[in-house]
Design a protein around this ligand. Structure first.
Ligand code: PEP
Length: 252
């Protein structure tokens, strides 16, 4: 059986006190949740990682960062290294989010470097891919996603690739309320798994967790997560409300 995972991307939201409240609420709600075969990850702004790691010591949640520097260390003002994240017991890191691609000009080559450095420091990369609306409307979405994952991940050897999580996040669905239908999500997830199988073989493809992201919420999560190739979600807006996030984590 494939690993199930729900990761909350808080983006640039919450004051210190609000972040603490949200972690407390999540802790209380998740403590009583029954399903233990779902990994629940919170990805707060980096300034709150230490606080989140303290909560993660309970074993109820794991902690992820939202980004990492592609460099090892040195004169890169404002950046946070994979080594620093590892030394803080951060276990996951989102890479290649469409907002990083759009506002910070992040390329597949950058994402490849970030993935390498995370793997080197034993942090699980959650690598995002996904087409913009024009690309879907011109029926180019499969090519776009194939190129993104090939250019950012297919340099990895099979052992390293097996440590990666992919998140399919159609850009037109992120923060818009226009969720992909379960059929659209399943179609793309199956395509990604097939593409991975062609490169790395059936065993690795079968085990690869592929998350869906893009206006996933407490109401639609179950229909998405019960698709055969959807192994969980990368959740933005709905991860900021504890009860919604916990409902999503229980939506398998
Ligand atoms: C995201 O930013 O990764 C995301 C999926 O956002 P939202 O759930 O708000 O669409």
């Amino acid at each position: 059986m494939r690993r199930k995972l729900v990761a909350g991307n808080w983006k640039m939201n919450k004051s210190f006190a609000e972040a603490e409240d949200l972690l407390n609420e999540l802790y209380d709600a998740l403590e009583s949740k029954t399903s233990s075969n779902v990994d629940v990850v919170v990805c707060p702004p980096s300034i709150y990682l230490e606080m989140a790691v303290d909560f993660s010591e309970t074993g109820i949640i794991s902690v992820g960062a939202q980004d990492v520097s592609k460099y090892e260390n040195g004169a890169y003002t404002g950046e946070i290294s994979a080594q620093m994240l590892n030394s803080m017991q951060v276990e996951y890191c989102i890479v290649g989010h469409s907002e990083r691609r759009k506002y910070h000009n992040e390329t597949d080559a950058d994402i490849a470097q970030k993935t390498n450095i995370l793997l080197k420091h034993e942090i699980t990369p959650i690598v995002c891919c996904g087409e913009v609306l024009d690309e879907r409307e011109s029926n180019n979405h499969f090519n776009v996603v194939k190129k993104q994952i090939s250019d950012s991940l297919f340099h990895l050897d099979p052992l390293d690739f097996a440590k990666v999580i992919i998140a399919y996040e159609p850009v037109w669905a992120i923060g818009t309320g226009h969720t992909a239908t379960p059929e659209q999500a399943q179609e793309m997830h199956a395509f990604i798994r097939q593409t991975v199988e062609e490169k790395y073989g059936k065993e690795i493809a079968k085990k690869l967790p592929i998350l869906y992201g893009g206006s996933c919420n407490a109401k639609n999560a179950h229909d998405l997560f019960t698709q055969p190739d959807v192994d969980g979600g990368l959740i933005g807006g709905a991860s900021l409300v504890a009860q919604d996030f916990v409902t999503i984590a229980n939506a398998f």
